[in-house]
Design a binder for this molecule. Structure first.
Ligand code: ZN
Ligand code: ZN
Length: 367
C-alpha cells in the first residue's frame, strides 16, 4: 500500500516527505497505522551522521498507532488495537531478555545495523528501490511494519499523541533512574541536560524519592521546564563551573547519582567529577560514534565512584510501560506537560529545527 513517510536519503540532508510503498506484513509481523511519531534527538543524530544508520531509510523510533493488519501467526494483537512500537527488538529467550535487560539482546543490535527485518528484507520501497527501516520501527510513516515482538498493546483510552512519548523519552529517562541506578529515597541527584529525556530523568528522581534534584542546562527555558518536572535546584554552567556549583549545593560532598543526557565528553566528565564517594554517573546521552571519555583512574579506587550507562532505560518495556501508564493515570507521571507541540508530518524539518533551538521540549508529528 502507499504511505506518506519521512525519508533520509543521505546523511547531512534534511528529511524528505514522500509517498512510499509499504509491503504486507510477513509471518510474525504487524502493520501499524501510525497516529503520532515522536521527535527525538536520536533521529537528528542519524541525520547529522553522529549516529551511524543504514540509508536511505524511513526514520522515527518513537510513536503510537493502531494495528491495521497482521501477518500469519500473530496472536498478541489484532486490527484496531492501540499499540506502541518498541525500538529495541528483543528475542525473549537469551540471557539478557530473561535477565530483565531486553535492550541488550543481540537481535535488537542486528536489526538496528541492518535496517532490515528478520528475513533480511525491507517492507519499504520507493519506485522499486529499497528503503531501510530505522531501529526496526520507522515511526515517521503513516503505515509501518514492525515485528510482533517489538509491539506493545496499550489501553485504548490513553491519547495516542501522549502515549507515543512513553516509547522512548519517558521510558529512557525514568528507567535510567528506577532500573539502571535504583536511586534510593533521600539521595541527591544531578541531571546534565534537561530536554525531553532529561526532564524524565528529573521526574524519575521525584518518583524514586530523591531529596535534592539538581538540573544543569545552558538554556534558562529548559531549567524552568526541569523545575516544573520536580528539580529542586537549577545550575546554569554560564554562571560558572557546574561541578563547583553542584559541590556548593551539597556542602562540598557531591551528589550520589548524576545523569548525563546530552552526549558530550565534557559533560560526561563533569557528571563524574560532581559525584560523592561511591557515587554513580549514569550516561544516557548519545555521543558521536568515535567519542571517548577519560576520568581519573585513582578516583575509581580511592572514592569507589562508578561510571556506567543506560540503554533504553535499562527497561523491560512490556512490563515497565504499563506501570508508567498506571502512574500517569494516578497523576504521578507528567505526560501532558511533556508534549509541547504537534506538527503535521510535512513540517517535520521545522519540528527538528524547533527541537534543536529549544523551542519545544517534546513534540510529535501527526498523520
Ligand atoms: Zn529516542
Ligand atoms: Zn534476547
Amino acid at each position: 500500500m502507499k504511505s506518506k513517510a519521512a525519508v533520509l536519503f543521505e546523511v547531512g540532508q534534511k528529511l524528505e516527505v514522500c509517498e512510499v510503498d509499504v509491503a504486507d506484513p510477513q509471518p510474525g509481523e504487524v502493520r501499524v497505522r501510525m497516529v503520532a511519531g515522536g521527535v527525538c534527538h536520536s533521529d537528528l543524530h542519524v541525520m547529522t551522521g553522529h549516529l551511524v544508520a543504514p540509508v536511505p531509510a524511513v526514520l522515527g523510533h518513537e510513536g503510537a498507532g493502531v494495528v491495521h493488519d497482521v501477518g500469519a501467526g500473530v496472536t498478541s494483537v489484532k486490527p484496531g488495537d492501540h499499540v506502541i512500537p518498541l525500538w529495541r527488538l528483543s528475542c525473549g529467550e537469551c540471557e539478557y531478555c530473561t535477565g530483565g535487560r531486553p535492550a541488550l539482546c543481540a537481535i535488537g543490535t542486528e536489526i538496528r545495523w541492518s535496517g532490515r527485518l528478520a528475513d533480511g528484507t525491507s517492507r519499504f520501497s520507493l519506485d522499486g528501490r529499497e528503503l531501510k527501516h530505522f531501529a526496526g520501527v520507522s515511526t515517521f510513516s503513516n503505515y509501518t511494519v514492525v515485528p510482533e515482538k517489538a509491539i506493545l498493546k496499550i489501553p485504548a483510552d490513553i491519547p495516542l499523541e501522549r502515549a507515543a512519548l512513553l516509547g522512548c523519552a519517558v521510558i529512557t529517562g525514568v528507567g535510567a533512574v528506577i532500573n539502571a541506578s535504583q536511586v534510593r529515597p533521600g539521595r541527591t541527584v544531578a541531571v546534565f541536560g534537561t530536554g525531553g529525556v532529561g526532564v524524565n530523568v528529573v521526574q524519575g528522581a521525584v518518583l524514586a524519592g530523591a531529596e535534592k534534584i539538581i538540573a544543569v542546562d545552558l538554556m534558562a527555558s529548559r531549567l524552568e521546564e526541569a523545575r516544573n518536572f520536580g528539580a529542586t535546584h537549577l545550575v546554569n554552567p554560564a554562571d560558572g563551573d557546574p561541578v563547583e556549583q553542584i559541590r556548593a549545593l551539597t556542602g562540598g560532598r557531591g551528589v550520589d547519582y548524576s545523569f548525563e543526557v546530552i552526549g558530550l565528553p565534557l559533560t560526561m566528565r563533569q557528571s563524574y567529577d560532581c559525584l560523592a564517594k561511591r557515587g554513580v554517573a549514569m550516561i544516557v546521552g548519545i555521543t558521536p560514534t568515535t567519542a571517548e571519555v577519560t576520568v581519573s583512574s585513582l578516583s575509581l579506587v580511592y572514592e569507589e565512584r562508578v561510571l556506567t550507562g543506560s540503554l533504553y532505560g535499562s527497561a523491560a518495556p512490556k512490563t515497565d510501560i504499563p506501570r508508567l501508564i498506571d502512574l500517569y493515570r494516578a497523576g504521578s507521571l507528567k505526560l501532558d506537560e511533556l508534549l509541547t507541540r504537534s506538527y503535521p508530518l510535512e513540517e517535520i524539518n521545522e519540528a527538528y529545527a524547533d527541537l534543536e533551538s529549544g523551542a519545544t521540549l517534546r513534540s510529535v508529528v501527526t498523520f
